[in-house]
Ligand binder design. Structure first.
Ligand SMILES: Nc1nc2c(ncn2[C@@H]2O[C@H](COP(=O)(O)OP(=O)(O)OP(=O)(O)O)[C@@H](O)[C@H]2O)c(=O)[nH]1
Length: 322
C-alpha cells in the first residue's frame, strides 16, 4: 500500500500556489506560517515575519475586530468571520508587486485548531476586490437608472413618473398632518402652431427653454417642477395655500411671457405664453390625486377658454360659476 499523504515538500509547494492569504498564529499570536500570497501582497517575506506578534507587526490592527476574532477563536475554539462590509481591508495588502495605491478588499476568516497539545489559529484572507468593484458598479448603474427613470430626457426636469410619485407622497403627508398642498398644471399656448411654423426641432428647443425657466422660478427645495407630458408641465407645491399657489403660478406665467420667445403668426400672442390651472388639497373636496388633477385640469381648460396666458385657481372658478 502506498503512502497517500503529501510530502512536506509537496505541502510547501501547494501552500505557495494557494490563491488566498494563509497565516497561522500560535496561542501567543506569534506568526508560525505566512504563505507566498501574503508575502507578495504585503511586501513582507515569511522569514521577516515568522515569530513576530501579528499585532506588533501591524499595530493598526491592535484592538480592532481582527484581534478580537483571534482572541475569541483561541478561547472558544469556534471559527470567526469578519464582515467585509464592516472591515473592508483590514490588512495593508496591495495587488501583487505594487505595494501602494488602493488596498485590496478582503474577506477574512479565523479558524482555531489544535495540533497535539498546542492551540493555533488559521487566518484566511481572500481578495474580493473584483466582487466588491462589480457590486459598486452595479449599485452605481442602478442608481443612474433610477435617476434617469425620474428625469425627462428632453428638458432635464422631473418626468411624469417623478411628478406622480411626489404628488402621492405629498398628498399622504398633507392627509396625515392636515397640511396644505397645491398643484399647478400648465400648458404652452398654441404650441401646435409653434411647431407648424418653426418645425419640431425648434419646438423641442422652446420646450426646454420654458422648462428651465419654469423650474428656476420654484424656490423651495420640496417644490417639484415636472414635464407632465408633451407641452404640458406640472408643479407640486407642498405647504402651499391656494393664495400662495396663485402667486407662484402668476410668477411662472409672467416669467414665461418675459422670455419673449417669438411665436408663430397664427398664435393668439406674438410671444410664447403659458396657461395655468391651480388646485389645492381639501380633505373634503379634493382629497386624492385624481380629484386634484381633474380640478387643476379643468382650470387649465378654463384658462384656455378665457383667452390663454392666464392663471385660473380652482376655488375662484367655482365661485365665479356659482
Ligand atoms: N416639439 C415638440 N412638440 C410637442 C411635443 N409634445 C407635444 N408637442 C406638440 O404640442 C402640440 C400641442 O397642441 P394642442 O394640444 O393642439 O394644443 P395647442 O396648439 O398648444 O393649443 P392650446 O393648448 O389650446 O393653446 C402638438 O402639436 C404636439 O405635437 C414635444 O415633445 N416636442
Amino acid at each position: 500500500m502506498s503512502d497517500s499523504s503529501l510530502s512536506p515538500l509537496l505541502s510547501a509547494r501547494v501552500l505557495g500556489l494557494a490563491q488566498l492569504g494563509l497565516i497561522v498564529l500560535d496561542i501567543n499570536q506569534h506568526i508560525v506560517m505566512w504563505n507566498q500570497w501574503m508575502a507578495s501582497r504585503s511586501g513582507k517575506s515569511a522569514h521577516r515575519v515568522l515569530g513576530q506578534d501579528l499585532f506588533d507587526l501591524y499595530g493598526e490592527l491592535r484592538g480592532q475586530r481582527l484581534e478580537q476574532a483571534v482572541q475569541s477563536a483561541m478561547q472558544s475554539n469556534l471559527p470567526q468571520q469578519l464582515s467585509p462590509a464592516l472591515n473592508p481591508s483590514p490588512f495593508p495588502l496591495y495587488p501583487a508587486g505594487t505595494w501602494g495605491g488602493e488596498r485590496v478588499e478582503q474577506a477574512v476568516s479565523v479558524t482555531p485548531f489544535n495540533e497535539g497539545k498546542e492551540r493555533y489559529c488559521l487566518i484566511e484572507v481572500s481578495d474580493i476586490s473584483t466582487i466588491v468593484g462589480r457590486e459598486r458598479q452595479l449599485r452605481s448603474q442602478a442608481e443612474q437608472l433610477r435617476a434617469q427613470s425620474y428625469v425627462d430626457g428632453l428638458t432635464g426636469i422631473a418626468n411624469r413618473r417623478h411628478f406622480d410619485v411626489a404628488l402621492d407622497r405629498e398628498l399622504r403627508r398633507a392627509q396625515r398632518n392636515d397640511g396644505q398642498l397645491s398643484l399647478l398644471l400648465m400648458d404652452i399656448d398654441s404650441f401646435k402652431a409653434y411647431n407648424d411654423h418653426f418645425g419640431h426641432q425648434q419646438g423641442d428647443a422652446c420646450l426646454t427653454l420654458v422648462a428651465e425657466a419654469f423650474a428656476a422660478t420654484l424656490q423651495r427645495p420640496a417644490d417639484l417642477a415636472a414635464r407632465y407630458g408633451g407641452e404640458e408641465f406640472g408643479a407640486v407645491l407642498p405647504d402651499t395655500s391656494s393664495e400662495q399657489a396663485a402667486l407662484v403660478a402668476e410668477t411662472i406665467r409672467a416669467k414665461i411671457a418675459s422670455l419673449s420667445i417669438n411665436h408663430s403668426p397664427a398664435a393668439t400672442r406674438p410671444h410664447v405664453t403659458m396657461s395655468i390651472g391651480v388646485a389645492t388639497f381639501d380633505k373634503d373636496k379634493l382629497a386624492d390625486a385624481a380629484a386634484m388633477l381633474a380640478a387643476a385640469d379643468s382650470c387649465l381648460y378654463a384658462a384656455k377658454k378665457a383667452g390663454r396666458d392666464c392663471v385660473i385657481v380652482y376655488q375662484q372658478q367655482q365661485e365665479n360659476a356659482a
